[in-house]
Each structure stands twice: as structure tokens, then as C-alpha cells.
Design a protein. Structure first.
Length: 88
């Protein structure tokens, strides 16, 4: 069941995280110091970043946004080769 961006943000962290796993579509991963950041697109059209402490594999926090400007942090991790059709 999709949740609007504002309805999602009103939920507690404990309620948000399972929704990301259930409803989100993984898009990309980036690195921020020692943390990994996974980007998910949620069914209602907003994005959610999951900040993960890699040493203990613990989710630290979530960050949501709707602006495509925030996607620029992922641009350096995208290879155009990955977007082309497979060669037969």
C-alpha cells in the first residue's frame, strides 16, 4: 500500500523501515565516509535513502526527498554501459 511522502514521514523509524523494504525499489548505492547509502524509489514517487553503518551492518537513519536535485550524489556511480541494451 503506497504512502504519500508526508504520511511516510509522519511514521516512526520502526514503521518506516519495513515499508522501504516492502514497497521501495532499489535504485543505487553510494558511499559517504564510512557509511553506505542505498537509494530507493517509493511507490508514491518520492525517494528514500537508507544510511547503513557497514562494520555492524546497522541501519542508522532514513532520509526522504522529492527533488531530483538530490539524485546528483548518485551520478558518479552510474555507468552508461549499464543502461544500454544487452548485446547478443
Amino acid at each position: 500500500m503506497p504512502h504519500s511522502h508526508y504520511a511516510f514521514r509522519a511514521l516512526s523509524f520502526e514503521q518506516q523501515l519495513p515499508l522501504v523494504w516492502q514497497e521501495g525499489t532499489f535504485l543505487a548505492r553510494r558511499w559517504e565516509e564510512e557509511d553506505g547509502v542505498a537509494l530507493y524509489q517509493m511507490d508514491d514517487g518520492f525517494f528514500c535513502e537508507v544510511y547503513l553503518e557497514l562494520e555492524h551492518y546497522k541501519v542508522l537513519r532514513l532520509r526522504t526527498f522529492t527533488s531530483s536535485a538530490d539524485l546528483e550524489d548518485y551520478a558518479c556511480y552510474i555507468r552508461l554501459d549499464d543502461l544500454s541494451e544487452p548485446k547478443l
